[in-house]
Design a protein around this ligand. Structure first.
Ligand SMILES: [Zn+2]
Length: 66
């Protein structure tokens, strides 16, 4: 980890890790259509989620587009 980490603004607010207080996150996109999620019947199951992962402790934020 580390080389892609940066300060991240979501909805006008800077992300701060609730666990360790870090403000550097790296980003990745995850498709939600895993078998388990689809089985549970969520209507957002096939949509991409944006992940921001704390560069310090690995805490993961999930943002689902509507
Ligand atoms: Zn953290």
């Amino acid at each position: 980890m580390g080389k892609h980490a940066k300060k991240t603004i979501v909805h006008g607010k800077e992300l701060i890790c609730p666990v360790c207080g870090e403000d550097q996150f790296w980003e990745r996109e995850t498709l939600m259509n895993t078998a388990g999620v689809t089985f549970l019947g969520f209507d957002w199951a096939n949509k991409p989620a944006q992940n921001y992962i704390c560069d310090s402790c690995g805490y993961v934020y999930w943002f689902l587009s509507k």
